[in-house]
Unconditional design. Structure first.
Length: 202
C-alpha cells in the first residue's frame, strides 16, 4: 500500500479526502465492480464516514477506478485504513489489480477537482473558480426564495441570524453532497483539458 501524501495545510480536525486509485485488469472489471460495492458498504459503517464518489475512466486502455473517500478527520480515516476488515478486502482484490493501490490524502475542499490520474495535474484555478461560481450562484438565489414560506410561517426562524444560518447550511450541504460531485463529473472533459495558456495554465 502506498504511503499517504498529506495535503498542504491539513489540520488535525479538518475533514479529509482520500483518493484511492486502482488500475484493474480489463478482464476482471465486472468482478472489481462487485467488490467495490461491497467495500463501499462496509466503509459506510465506520465512524466519521461522510461519503464516497467513484470516478471510472481508462488510462491507456486500462480501467482506472478512482474512489474519493471522505471522513470527518484524519483519525477516523486512519481507523478505517488500519482496520483488519479493510486489509482483508484489499488482499482479496489484489490479484485483479495491475499494481498496488495508490493513496493520496487531500483536504476535503480539494476533492472536487482531484484528477483521475496521479500523473495528471489538477485543473487550472480559473476553471475551478468558474465551476464553483456556476454551482453556488444559482443556489444563493434559489435557496433563500425556497425558505421564504417557512420564514413567513415561523417569524423567529426568519430573523437575521437564524435565517442566515439556515440558508448558509442549506447551500453548503447542497454544494458538497449533491451538486458539486455531479457537476465536476459532467464537466470533467473541460476541467481536464488545457487552459488557454496551455496544459499548465493556472
Amino acid at each position: 500500500m502506498s504511503a499517504l501524501r498529506p495535503g498542504e495545510g491539513q489540520g488535525a480536525d479538518d475533514p479529509v479526502t482520500l483518493l484511492i486509485r486502482h488500475r484493474v485488469h480489463a478482464a476482471h472489471a465486472t468482478e472489481y465492480e462487485a467488490w467495490l460495492r461491497r467495500i463501499v458498504g462496509v466503509a459506510q459503517g465506520y465512524p466519521g464516514h461522510l461519503g464516497v464518489d467513484v470516478i471510472r475512466s481508462h488510462e491507456q486502455g486500462v480501467p482506472l477506478f478512482t474512489s474519493v473517500l471522505r471522513f470527518t478527520g484524519p483519525e477516523c480515516l486512519q481507523d478505517w485504513l488500519g482496520s483488519e476488515t479493510r486489509r482483508q478486502l484489499v488482499a482479496e482484490i489484489s490479484p485483479l489489480l495491475l499494481e498496488d493501490e495508490a493513496l493520496e490524502l487531500n483536504p476535503a475542499r480539494e476533492f472536487w477537482f482531484a484528477p483521475a490520474s496521479a500523473e495528471q495535474p489538477p485543473p487550472p484555478r480559473w476553471k475551478q473558480a468558474c465551476v464553483s461560481f456556476l454551482v453556488i450562484l444559482p443556489l444563493s438565489l434559489l435557496v433563500p426564495w425556497a425558505w421564504q414560506p417557512a420564514f413567513a410561517a415561523w417569524p423567529w426562524l426568519g430573523g437575521y441570524l437564524p435565517s442566515n444560518v439556515v440558508i448558509t447550511l442549506s447551500i453548503v450541504l447542497l454544494v458538497v453532497y449533491l451538486f458539486m460531485p455531479r457537476v465536476t463529473r459532467w464537466l470533467a472533459p473541460w476541467l481536464e483539458g488545457p487552459g488557454p495558456g496551455g496544459p499548465h495554465d493556472r
